[in-house]
Write a protein that binds this ligand. Structure first.
Ligand code: ADP
Ligand code: MG
Length: 247
């Protein structure tokens, strides 16, 4: 019995280095055409993946499915060995500790300073104060904000605010970082700085998935590029570029 059980787990958890497995996944909202229509995608531990595609092609829906904010209408998703169709409600917070997330609009706590915005993430997971006092300054220096602990979000530039959000996403040392259009509100210089940080974070071992419209950066960085169109994956290139629309 023991052996059979172990085998089962092996197939479940995927014996390789795979950290995300999306199989034949569709998602229909209550209105309109399905947002995702039978997508399959495998991502290995340590990969850096861009997800590109027109507005409305289903990119954010995919991110929400990975966060288990949504569940698929059809198909299966496994993230770090968790079967997201079967995970119990009570286990979702523990599952989410494996994920860091950054959005286009930063989503910082406006009345808290930089330090507190990052410390907040550590408090949620009940990090001992002594550790927190090491972790927060350490991640703030990684993102280049060592001198800004006391600033409130509105005293910071967009690029700085996004770095705070990035520090908050990373302070609990997630295995996977998801970024949904992280440079959508930034100028080219700050966009590059954020992308370079994401690359650095990836090189240190975190699996990074970045939804973006930034054609120049995607073409320059030579990473894996998954292109979506109307809810399906239309290409998946190892060292890809941004595919031009030919409508
Ligand atoms: P993208 O991030 O690529 O712009 P989305 O995943 O946000 O695409 O949206 C994909 C499709 O699903 C769009 O047609 C969008 O209008 C629709 N959609 C997204 N969220 C909802 C929702 N909560 N209810 C109904 N339709 C939605
Ligand atoms: Mg979106």
């Amino acid at each position: 019995m023991q052996i059979g059980k172990k085998r089962n787990r092996m197939t479940m958890d995927v014996s390789s280095n795979e950290i995300i497995t999306i199989e034949n996944v569709s998602k229909a909202y209550s209105t309109g055409a399905p947002a995702l229509n039978g997508i399959t995608l495998h991502i290995d531990r340590g990969e850096f993946v861009f997800i590109v595609g027109d507005s409305g092609s289903g990119k954010s829906t995919l991110i929400k499915l990975l966060l288990r904010e949504l569940t698929p209408t059809e198909g299966n998703i496994r993230v770090m060995g968790y079967d997201l169709n079967r995970i119990r409600h009570g286990k979702i917070p523990k599952f989410r500790r494996n994920l860091g997330i950054v959005f286009q609009d930063f989503r910082l706590l406006k009345d808290r300073n930089v330090y507190e915005n990052v410390a907040f993430a550590q408090r949620i997971v009940e990090t001992p104060t002594r550790e927190m006092k090491k972790n927060v300054p350490s991640i703030l220096s990684t993102v280049g904000l060592a001198g800004k602990y006391k600033a409130k979000p509105k005293q910071l530039s967009g690029g700085e605010q996004q770095r705070v959000a990035l520090a908050r996403a990373l302070v609990n040392k997630p295995s996977i970082l998801l970024a949904d259009e992280p440079t959508g509100n930034l100028d080219p210089k700050n966009s590059w700085e954020i992308m370079k940080l994401l690359e650095q974070i990836n090189e240190a071992g975190t699996t990074v998935i970045v939804v973006t419209h930034n054609r120049e950066i995607v073409n320059a960085m030579q990473k894996r590029v998954v292109t979506m169109k109307k809810g399906v994956i239309v290409s998946d290139e190892e060292k890809g570029g941004y595919i031009d629309e030919e409508d």
